[in-house]
Write a protein that binds this ligand. Structure first.
Ligand SMILES: [Cu+2]
Length: 756
């Protein structure tokens, strides 16, 4: 039922616009023209206008339909994907088209920033120019009369239903892979007489069945023809357990079948050495009963044994009786505390954060996880080809988990959906690919006046925007965490099952660790790259690195030897740089045109890259050449539209990184008070532990982005220090004197006295 309204808004009181209400809204004339936030967009409106859930009508202007025009940052809708598909099909009449990826092509920044300026000034109106909604569509087309698929990419203006750009991509590059390609690989493998013959050489334990785990082929060898290949790691599963989730990874078989995609044929089966450090890199040392020494290790509770699960965990509930403190508006506009930003989802990068503001000041234009490569360090061929690019090779949109209420996050959670296009061009909603929730992360700030015992403490509340991907054996949990002190953390967690290969009984190998009998988890790295497109009080910024160096004793400058020198070096030209933890190197993105009124220094944000290793593969190795982005911890480039991917647009089967950050810095552009982009590469050198088996506990790596002379004081000083009424004394432990326990706080303060 609808409720018509004709009412007057009270000045400065928010008018909550509920579903099913429509009518004329009058605003006090003194406020004319007024600002109104409608579906996440700030609008400038006259005192009287017609409003409904999907429409604002201002007399004399054409009706504004914000609901039908997505925000320029919003991902493509299903309808827009359908239009893009239809335009592509019309452009290739009679062709067979195989769609790989369709996603929003973000508008040119110069155009979009004008729109954003109007949005933030509350001046959006129906006549504000909006950037065209553009789809970037990647597909193969087999034209009528041809049998050869040709990979191409098009830009489609969705509003005009027109293709505006079309490129046939050189066969030097390979299109990112799709899930159906993986399924085809499995089918071809299962049907292959060569594969069946090879499997017969193994004497599998009774009831065991073959499991094929498809992998990207990795970097092409010089001897490889530049064709599209797939490879697979082969395992065996104990089917007698009658549970599809039985863990097959403890049973690796020493073969890797290779499929030629064009022929849909297994063309070769690589036989894997199964020896230890002292054994040759090639040649067979295993016996026919290859799995005889392998042991089951289950993790799903029904196979692990419910009776084996620990029983002493009591409930820990996160309750938010008043609901969430954040709101999610139209166009995934998230407002929380003093933060305001948008979230979008695309199949290549997952969740992306746009247009980040704090307390009315801009911080960043765009934050994203740009790329990740996982090179394996087992020197025996063909393991140098075990190197996935988890963003570029496949696009992770299809690998994102459907997040589960009460499992992946606790508390009051908002889930956001994505849209992905299937290979037949059908767009579908990917449910719950992003979750947004608040969490408590211990103490934020505290001070106790030891003279009086009066302490003031505030909790560190964070807003988490998270997505999780499953890539065969591994899981990655990526999060953006916003805090109440103006800081952001970009966090990657690695979990899942470490990748294992077969090893003979009793042997060990320097390039890995035996994590289960017969299963060697190979050493590897996870090299991540985050892309930070800052906007510190505007888009023109400068990156400066700051180091703290010891100083010699000097009668004038350092008479007592306690002084140390803080050196600041601005990055004047696009370049790659490294961390230097021993000199405390931190990077600051500053706006040199704006000074902090307290310190007189430029306003800025400090980026603290984690102290991790760079890519370890040798210079000129194939692994290194295709991941040049991982040669430095930091890259500073000048912004260029659509330059988003650290290892370039095409990573699958690459021999050399092309169009990534290493190429971008070669433009030698000025980066002083320019629109700069900061890329941080960090890694997890993962020499597996037995404790990583059968599923590894998360390894966490974080990049901190914190204000540095941006504000005039601790921005979270206004966070209330309310006492949590849900907290209670533990009754877990026998106490000799309960009263002492209650006095614990005051006693602690007195204890400080004792140390002075
Ligand atoms: Cu790992």
């Amino acid at each position: 039922m609808c409720h018509a309204i004709h009412r007057t808004c009270e000045e400065s009181k928010p008018f909550r616009f509920d579903k099913d209400i429509w009518g004329w809204l009058e605003l006090p004339s003194s406020t004319s023209p007024s600002r109104l936030t409608f579906r996440g967009s700030a609008l400038l409106i006259p005192p009287s206008f017609f409003i409904s859930t999907s429409l604002i009508y201002i007399p004399g202007e054409s009706p504004l339909l914000p609901a039908m025009v997505p925000h320029p940052f919003s991902a493509l809708t299903i309808e827009e994907c359908d239009i893009a598909r239809d335009v592509i099909l019309q452009a290739h009449p009679g062709a067979s088209v195989y769609f790989r990826i369709a996603q929003l092509l973000e508008p040119p920044k110069a155009e979009l920033t004008k729109f954003l300026a109007a949005e933030h000034a509350g001046q959006l109106s129906s006549s504000t120019p909006r950037p065209a909604r553009m789809a970037e569509v990647k597909y193969d087309a087999i034209e009528a009369g041809s049998k050869v698929p040709v990979y191409q990419e098009s830009w489609v203006d969705v509003g005009k239903k027109e293709r505006v750009k079309h490129d046939v991509i050189s066969t030097e590059f390979h299109a990112s892979l799709t899930f159906p390609e993986f399924h085809t690989f499995v089918e071809v493998c299962e049907a292959s007489p060569m594969f069946k013959e090879k499997i017969k050489e193994f004497k599998l334990p009774p009831g065991f069945e073959i499991v094929i785990e498809p992998w990207p082929y990795g970097g092409l060898d010089d001897s490889d023809e530049n064709r599209r290949f797939f490879q697979g790691l082969i395992f065996a599963a104990d089917a007698s357990k009658k549970n599809l989730d039985t863990n097959f990874y403890p049973y690796p078989l020493p073969i890797i079948p290779i499929m030629d995609w064009a022929k849909k044929e297994i063309i070769r089966i690589d036989e894997l050495a199964t020896g230890g450090t002292a054994d040759p890199f090639l040649g067979k040392t295993h016996t026919a009963g290859v799995l005889d020494h392998c042991k089951s290790s289950e993790y799903v509770p029904e196979l692990f044994g419910e009776e084996n699960l620990r029983k002493d965990l009591k409930a820990l509930n996160v309750t938010q009786p008043d609901g969430a403190s954040f709101t999610v508006g139209e166009g995934n506009l998230i407002e929380w505390q003093k933060w305001r930003f948008r979230v979008s989802f695309n199949p290549r990068e997952g969740a992306v954060i746009h247009d980040v503001w704090y307390d009315g000041r801009s911080i960043a234009y765009r934050l994203s996880y740009s790329e990740m490569t996982v090179p394996y360090a087992d020197p025996r061929p063909p393991y140098h080809r075990k190197q996935a690019f988890d963003f570029g090779d496949g696009g992770l949109g299809h690998c994102c988990n459907n997040l589960q209420l009460g499992c992946d996050c606790l508390g009051v959670i908002k889930y956001l959906d994505g849209v992905v296009m299937e290979t037949d061009g059908k767009a579908r909603k990917a449910d719950n690919v992003i979750c947004v929730h608040e969490q408590d992360n211990g103490i934020n700030w505290k001070h106790t006046n030891w003279r009086t015992g009066r302490g003031v403490v505030t909790r560190r509340r964070e807003l988490v925007v998270q997505f999780i991907i499953t890539l065969a054996n591994y899981e990655y949990i990526f999060a953006y965490k916003f805090d109440q002190a103006g800081g952001i953390v970009m966090e990657a967690r690695a979990t899942g099952v470490v990748s294992v290969v077969h090893i003979d009984p009793g042997k060990t190998a320097d390039w890995g660790n035996v994590v289960s009998p017969g299963a060697l988890a190979q050493n590897h790295q996870h090299c991540f790259c985050v892309r930070i497109d800052p906007a510190i009080d505007g888009y023109n910024n400068t990156v400066v690195y700051e180091e703290s160096h010891p100083m010699q004793i000097d009668a004038v400058q350092n008479p007592n030897g306690n002084r140390y020198e803080v050196r600041k070096t601005p990055i004047t030209t696009s370049t790659g740089l490294d961390i230097d933890p021993l000199n405390g190197r931190v990077f600051k993105v500053q706006n040199l045109d704006k000074r902090n009124p307290i310190s007189g220094k430029p306003v800025g944000y400090k980026i603290i890259p984690p102290a991790t290793q760079k890519l370890l593969a040798a210079p000129n190795s194939i692994q290194n050449n295709r991941a040049l982005f991982a040669q430095h911890h930091v890259w500073v480039t000048k912004y260029k539209d659509h330059e988003l991917y650290a290892a370039g647009r095409y990573t699958l089967q690459s021999r050399h990184e092309s169009g990534g950050v290493a190429d971008a810095v070669k433009r030698n552009e000025s980066t002083v008070q320019e629109d700069v982009v900061f890329w941080n590469v960090f890694s997890l050198t993962h020499n597996p532990r037995v404790e990583d088996w059968p599923v590894m506990p998360v390894e966490i790596t974080q990049v901190s982005i914190v204000p540095s002379d941006f504000f005039t004081a601790n921005p979270s000083i206004d966070v209330p220090s309310s006492k949590n009424n849900g907290s209670q004394l533990a009754d877990c432990c026998p106490t000799t004197n309960g009263t002492n326990g209650v006095n614990g706080h005051a006693n602690g303060v007195n204890g400080v006295n004792g140390t002075h």
